[in-house]
Design a protein around this ligand. Sequence first.
Ligand code: F6P
Length: 326
Amino acid sequence: MPKKVTKIGVLTSGGDSPGMNAAIRAAVRTGLYHNLEVFGVMRGYSGMIDDDIVKMDSRSVANIIQRGGTILKTARSKDFYEPSGRQIAYDNLTKRGINGLVIIGGDGSFKGAQKFSNEFDIPCIGIPGTIDKDIAGSDFTIGFDTAVNTAVEAIDKIRDTMDAHDRLFIVEVMGRDAGYIALHSGIATGAENILIPETETDIEELICSLTEKERRKKLVNLVVVAEGDKFGGAEIVKIIGQRLPHLDTRICILGHIQRGGSPTCIDRLIASRMGYHAVESLMEGRHNVMVGILNNKMNYIPLDKAVKAKQKITNDWLRIVKILAS
Ligand code: F6P
């Protein structure tokens, strides 16, 4: 029989993503509903080590569902990689009687949680919070939808200038090693080419496609590049400048604006569902799983699987990109 969870800690770790606050709110309020004591751990695993842990009540999460960032702050803790750091973290939790954790973050955060719960007897439930959508077991991760919408809004604006000047624009979006932000924002803005790390970028093919478009008098072209692409935006613009110097080419790297801002309705909803189910899962005795949503149903996947098995970009997506960009 798993031990009854009575006091839980909630933390956000890794890069912030819009909707994390909605997940914190849901976890805190579900915990309180079940008469659990709820603690917020500040700055992810760093706060566990530095003993920066605060008691949460219903009011501590008031008026945050619409706010980007995370009220608990976040960090990428190097000390937590060390066994000595994890021991201190464990001691700080146990002196308060915390016997369950909800970790909102991405793959680095889940790797940490997995290690921690293998060493110590504290069940950990992960909630996928990252704009990159690079986690298996969930159709969406918290923040992805907002990030894509931010990218789409920015690219729509860039298109006005593209169109006015007959320019070729290279727009680089975030995503670390994953191409989802590029794929989704590229399709939604009618990009002529989308370059992602999941497929081998062929420079000759890109040059050929731009030359062919020029031949057809298609002078306005948009190439969306994922930052994790083999070349990346800066290299692509350099190569195009050398190979097609007569084109009026510009680059825009969207950067961290994709991580901020008020979460979309979809992000608020999935965050609320996941936060609620994370706490229910702890109470049901689940441990070391991530709560995801697949086909609109809750889905539970071991933390190590969520990290190892990335989502796949199917050929169907790639076919859509090719056909619609013609
Ligand atoms: O994982 C989220 C993310 O925004 C990635 O898309 C990006 O590569 C990285 O974090 C940037 O990290 P930092 O904010 O530490 O520069």
